[in-house]
Ligand binder design. Structure first.
Ligand SMILES: *Cc1c(COP(=O)(O)O)cnc(C)c1O
Ligand code: SF4
Length: 353
């Protein structure tokens, strides 16, 4: 067993530990963790400075997860209906696809888009991943493959390498991207051995997921540095979350720290309409205002694109007048890249205090 695997084994998944540490009612935590899987690494837990802060909110079960909300869905992105191989390969755009290779994450984010799947323990059958790779081979238009999960870096080096090797053998696959949250939650996973393996499969990009500046501590910055030193271009996808990063000063600090760690902020996502996440929702206008507070006020490269992944699998869309075409109270009308119309139910603007 490698060192990172041992560290992962020491992650906290017993609600009693959290109840004691933060003086929270254990039965409530148990009820939430019984519905949506709970685990947090010791590293991520150590980043919490106080109960309810931006790290706490991301990883500690909250009773609000069990509240009903008619706007929220199990599969907001329509990944079920858009699957080429059910549960394994999703194609929503003309020339690229997403391949799910792992059902596990080091820490389970309370706002996860795939809560419906990773909310409970699932077994990921390697044979089905092979089926997904075969399917990519049969689709010559797929020039860009996003390897996702769960977290692909929770696979062993040899298992991950066998997937990358098979993808690289497909002549039409031009680029491979891997999405991971390990630099923030399990930085020990980014070993010298891992990056030595990854660099054999260039052009390979890694998209990390960082939401709060407190995630960028020396250990995680060193992990990012190992990836960057292997010539792997790094991007960050951040989710806009109420009480975590929906504040201009916090968001600016995060984006500037990312650039300093050689990570280009790529997308800022409106939190998807996933059930169990209503306490994280912000009005669309909040994201627009946040980007406005940054554009030209700081390095252009630090400013990500604010996007919403439209419910129903219509795809990602930005906020230019061609895409955000109108509104009717809480209903915002969007037009996607294919010209299709889609409505988004926004949260009401909060009353200023
Ligand atoms: C987001 C996503 C992609 C990648 O989109 P980019 O805008 O190229 O980053 C590809 N496939 C699916 C299914 C996606 O959700
Ligand atoms: S790391 Fe990603 S896939 Fe895993 S729980 Fe967090 S948001 Fe979901």
């Amino acid at each position: 067993m490698e060192r990172w695997q041992k560290i992962l084994q020491s992650a906290v998944s017993d609600p009693a530990v959290i109840a004691k540490k933060f003086q929270l009612p254990e039965d409530t935590l148990r009820r939430v963790a019984g519905t949506f899987r709970f685990r947090v690494t010791k590293h991520f837990l150590s980043l919490i400075k106080e109960k309810g802060d931006g790290i706490f909110r991301q990883c500690i079960p909250d009773p609000a997860e069990l509240e009903d909300d008619p706007d929220l869905m199990k599969d907001p992105l329509g990944e079920g209906p858009h699957a080429l191989v059910p549960g394994i390969l999703v194609k929503r755009y003309p020339d690229r696809c997403m391949l799910f290779v792992s059902g596990e994450c080091a820490s389970y984010c309370r706002f996860c888009t795939r809560k419906r799947r990773f909310g409970q323990k699932i077994d990921f059958d390697p044979a089905r991943v092979e089926e997904g790779i075969d399917c990519i081979r049969k689709h010559p238009e797929l020039r860009d493959v996003l390897v996702s999960g769960g977290d692909p870096f929770l696979l062993t080096d040899s298992r991950l390498e066998s997937i990358l090797r098979r993808l690289r053998e497909i002549p039409h696959v031009e680029i491979i991207r891997i999405g991971t949250r390990t630099p923030s939650v399990l930085p020990e996973r980014i070993t010298v051995k891992l990056v030595r393996m990854l660099k054999k499969y260039h052009p390979l990009y890694v998209n990390v997921h960082v939401n709060h500046p407190a995630e960028l501590v020396p250990k995680s910055i060193a992990a990012l540095e190992r990836l960057a030193d292997a010539g792997i271009p790094l991007r960050c996808q951040t989710v806009l979350l109420k009480g975590v990063n929906d504040d201009p000063a916090i968001l600016k600090e995060l984006l500037q720290k990312l650039l300093k760690a050689r990570v280009k902020p790529y997308y800022l996502f409106q939190c998807d309409l996933v059930y169990g996440t209503r306490h994280f929702r912000t009005p669309l206008q909040r994201g627009i205002d946040l980007i406005d507070s940054l554009q030209c006020w700081t390095t252009g490269m630090a400013v990500p694109r604010f996007m919403v992944d439209l419910p129903g699998g219509f795809g990602k869309v930005g906020f230019s007048p061609e895409h955000r075409i109108g509104s009717d109270g809480r209903i915002i009308h969007f037009r996607n890249y294919r010209g299709e119309l889609c409505d988004y139910r926004d949260v009401p603007e909060e009353v200023p205090e």
